[in-house]
Design a protein around this ligand. Structure first.
Ligand code: G6P
Length: 367
């Protein structure tokens, strides 16, 4: 039957509010709360010995993949390549025998991703897909599937499916790190505990709507917006900029914060707000100094950070949203929800057709 909006104004708002339950459901498929261990479905290849991962997807799913690459490289020390599917198909990368193709797709029907899947199979790679629709074409053609349990996503712009993809990729990184012996038991326990804690932290984040609305007032008046982040927060900046473009029609660009000085800093003035994705952790100080550089050129800084970062940004940022503090490992997941909320509030101010943006389709089945 038809899926209603349950009293929400848009499917996007409803789907944003489903985050705590979707994260919980998705993790329960892979995380044993008693042993605090990740238990993946049986795979027809060995995570301990695969030489390389070639990851591909389109749109938001690709940005989830970029975060996943950070995790797989740092936690599992596994060489991981990521590219958008429409490029991977024609790039002819040399692929090692027994390598793993990792596909990410909400629908499981995106033409470019499906073609890339077939190409990877043809090149002798194992194929593992992270999918939200278990009866999709990609599911049928994959060697194994890891499911995001996001339920139907109606809004064209992805929200809960994106965060569910991140949860699956985080579990895959933990399982791979454990299999390869690069992740100790104690640290693995800490990472799974951080994941288990996420639904509660996501609920807290959803209560920060008024702070995000205040930020949205500034963004809604801009013609161009710059999103900055470093490390695993950079793909979240990309996701934030994409979401803003898609549903508010404001031009936004995401840059790795340290790369700003090599170009986009020329654009900065009071009319180009800078949205910073700056969770606490190893890269916080570097990001803060990049923001200081932008502020010195007149930029209005709007920062997403946590309780550790907030006091250090008081003199830099005009507005701060204090995202609940979590292990830096899972911070990208919460910050993803925060930038989605911001895009939604801006779209409301702009009065756009939030759930059905012009020129976009939920699933693109043509090349
Ligand atoms: C379309 C949608 C995007 C989505 C992309 C990939 O472009 O508008 O929101 O991220 O397809 O879709 P998939 O179903 O493969 O995740």
């Amino acid at each position: 039957g038809a899926i209603g909006k349950d009293g929400y104004r848009h499917y996007m708002e409803k789907e944003l509010h489903e985050h705590p339950s979707v994260i919980g459901q998705t993790l329960r498929r892979m995380l044993d709360p008693a042993t605090r261990q990740v238990v993946l479905p049986e795979l027809p290849f060995d995570l301990a010995t695969i030489p390389r991962i070639t990851m591909t997807a389109c749109g938001s799913a690709y940005y989830a993949g970029l975060v996943g690459r950070h995790w797989l490289e740092s936690i599992a020390r596994l060489p991981t390549d990521a590219d958008v599917a429409s490029e991977l198909r024609y790039r002819e990368p040399p692929l090692p025998e027994g390598g793993l193709g990792l596909l990410i797709s909400q629908s499981g029907e995106t033409a470019d991703t499906l073609a890339a899947l077939r190409g990877l199979h043809g090149a002798g790679q194992h194929v593992l897909s992270v999918l939200n629709v278990p009866e999709s074409t990609m599911a049928r053609e994959s060697d194994a599937v890891l499911e995001t349990v996001a339920g139907p996503e109606i809004c064209v712009a992805s929200t809960k499916a994106f965060t569910a993809q991140l949860c699956v990729l985080a579990c895959l990184a933990i399982a791979t790190g454990t299999a390869r012996g690069t992740l100790g038991e104690e640290r693995a326990g800490a990472l799974t505990a951080a994941l288990t804690d996420l639904p509660g932290r996501a609920s807290e984040l959803l209560t920060l709507r008024e702070d995000i609305q205040a930020m949205a007032q500034v963004v809604a008046e801009a013609r161009d917006v710059l999103y900055l982040g470093r490390g695993a927060a950079f793909p979240i900046a990309l996701e934030g900029a994409l979401k803003l473009k898609e549903i508010s029609y404001i031009h936004a660009e995401a840059y790795a914060a340290g790369e700003m000085k090599h170009g986009p800093i020329a654009l900065i003035d009071r009319t180009v707000p800078v949205v910073a994705i700056a969770p606490g952790g190893r890269l916080f100080e570097k990001t803060a100094s990049n923001l200081q550089e932008a502020k010195a050129r007149g930029a209005r800084i709007l920062a997403f950070t946590d309780a550790d970062g907030a006091p250090k940004l008081l003199n830099i940022a005009e507005q701060i949203v204090v995202v609940p503090t979590v292990d830096p490992f899972v911070a990208p997941i919460l910050h993803a929800i925060a930038v989605q909320m911001l895009a939604y509030e801006v779209a409301l101010l702009k009065g756009t057709d939030v759930d059905q943006p012009r020129n976009l389709a939920k699933s693109v089945t043509v090349e």
